[in-house]
Write a protein that binds this ligand. Structure first.
Ligand SMILES: [Zn+2]
Length: 285
């Protein structure tokens, strides 16, 4: 709303009036005041070069502050992801956008649609919250689950993508100094808003009596139990029965917890990493 012009001339005005006309145009003239429609503050109106200017500085600052908070949240989600995730190098750049659907099997294309839907409808899935991706090597399980992780991270959520083998190695290597690293990793795994546990079952579980088997299985059970009622994506080359027998005495509990609120996405296809190798014997592995 325009207010009557103040009778007192501002210094800028007095100064600019003393200048030649062409130079005068460079200086803004205060021609009135208005009430900011957002915050109600009184805001000056300037005329410069025949153009009216009137910006509310407090609203501008507020907008800038909001932008910065948004940016900080984005940066925080990025930092959380890269500080806590263990992503194999060949998976780091994978996104939905570079998942090439050409020549893929129907079940792979179906898996792509399902995973994309899961990412885009994060938290609004209905009667399930987790996914189990099952299928042979090289058909895109890591690519798709990492794409979900990246998308959900872009929603400024705390996400962890952990290759199971790398995760167990990291925890095992931390035992030299203290238990701090393990506790820190497990705390973040428990608290994050989405956990991707990639390639479950590929980790080394030694089948002897020196306790190694129970160590890995214990850890897997701890992780799975800490993620109860929270969204998880687990990828594996194994079927449920093989996983269960792999984890020995913990197998039953791990599988039953893992399957709670979980939809299975089973798909098959050609191993893209060895495609074109020309040796069909490779595909048998
Ligand atoms: Zn304002």
């Amino acid at each position: 709303m325009l207010r009557t012009e103040s009778p007192k001339k501002t210094n800028t005005q007095a100064f600019s009036k003393a200048l030649p006309e062409r130079l005068q145009q460079l200086f803004p003239d205060k021609i009135g005041e208005r009430e900011c429609e957002s915050c109600g503050n009184t805001v000056p109106i300037y005329m410069q070069n025949g153009v009216r200017h009137s910006r509310c500085l407090s609203c501008d600052n507020l907008a800038l502050e909001k932008e910065m908070i948004q940016f900080q949240k984005e940066t925080a989600a990025d930092a959380f992801f890269w500080n806590n995730s263990l992503v194999p190098p060949d998976t780091q750049k994978t996104r939905f956008e570079n998942f090439n659907l050409k020549g893929l099997s129907d079940s792979q294309q179906d898996a792509f649609r399902k995973l994309k839907w899961y990412a885009e409808n994060f938290g609004n899935w209905g009667d399930f919250d987790s996914l189990l991706l099952q299928g042979n090597y090289g058909i895109g399980k890591s690519h798709l689950s990492h794409s979900v992780a990246q998308h959900v991270k872009s929603l400024r959520k705390n996400v962890i993508f952990a290759n199971t083998k790398m995760l167990l190695r990291k925890i095992r290597n931390s035992y030299g100094d203290s238990k701090e690293t393990e506790a820190h990793i497990l705390k973040n795994i428990e608290s994050c808003e989405l956990l991707v546990l990639d390639d479950l079952g590929a980790e080394y579980v030694r089948k002897d009596k020196d306790g190694e088997e129970s160590w890995a299985a214990d850890l897997i059970l701890t992780i799975i139990e800490s993620r109860e009622d929270k969204p998880n994506i687990i990828t594996t080359n194994y079927n449920v029965e093989s996983l269960q027998s792999k984890y020995g005495t913990h197998g039953g509990r791990i599988i039953s917890r893992m399957m709670q609120g979980t939809r299975v996405v089973k798909f098959t296809g050609e191993d893209r990493r060895i495609k074109g190798g020309g040796n069909s014997a490779w595909n048998q592995g």
